[in-house]
Write a protein that binds this ligand. Structure first.
Ligand code: AMP
Ligand code: MG
Length: 189
């Protein structure tokens, strides 16, 4: 059976690292996924149009512009078949408030059977953002990060109720990356 999985988590939680680790572990078992990064689809279009020069500028674009890029990315991704993993966000923190990353028109294109949230304690996320020099991460307090994670949980419950997809929480705690990768691996098996 084809698997269609969405993986989300607030910036800096380590989603991409956990996904890469899990896919490597599944390879010898003959389990393959097409890893799709939603932000990369958006960024490729936006950079071609010359409206951004790095992926962290996208969440500061005008809301209609972000939504248009989002719609076009969802349309392209909807045509990809086989086992897919979509690395994306339940919500994006913009200067105008939270922008839903998975509104109906995105979910209806991806058609997920599982939604996975990668989470950890907010102070750990804060520490990781401070250390990550490859990205222009938002600087915010741990209370704001906690709010964002809480909001994403609410969104995941709404999506599960509407679509019937399952929801799984994977904890990616400091010094326990192996455990997170193992949890992710079994969710993708
Ligand atoms: P990431 O590399 O996952 O942090 O994604 C980079 C950027 O892509 C995010 O900061 C958002 O601006 C954008 N993005 C990713 N997924 C979505 C989505 N589902 N809806 C809208 N914007 C998104
Ligand atoms: Mg990432």
């Amino acid at each position: 059976m084809e698997r269609r999985v969405i993986i989300t988590g607030v910036p800096g939680v380590g989603k991409t690292t956990v996904i890469e680790g899990a896919l490597k572990r599944l390879e010898p078992e003959g389990i393959r996924y097409n890893p799709i990064n939603f932000g990369t689809f958006m960024f490729d279009m936006a950079s071609k149009e010359g409206i951004v020069s790095d992926r962290d500028q996208m969440r500061r674009l005008d809301r209609p512009v972000q939504k248009e890029l989002q719609k076009r990315a969802a349309e392209l991704i909807s045509r990809i078949g086989g086992n897919v993993i979509v690395d994306t966000h339940c919500s994006i923190k913009t200067p105008n408030g939270y922008l839903p990353g998975l509104p109906d028109w995105v979910i209806d294109g991806i058609r997920p059977d599982t939604l996975i949230l990668v989470e950890t304690d907010e102070d750990q996320i804060l520490g990781r953002r401070l250390k990550d020099l490859t990205r222009i991460r938002d600087m915010e307090g741990s209370g704001a990060i906690a709010e964002h994670q809480q909001f994403n949980r609410s969104i995941s419950a709404a999506i599960a109720t509407r679509t019937g997809c399952t929801v799984k929480f994977v904890r990616n705690q400091n010094h326990l990356l192996e455990q997170a990768i193992e949890e992710m691996t079994s969710a993708l098996r």
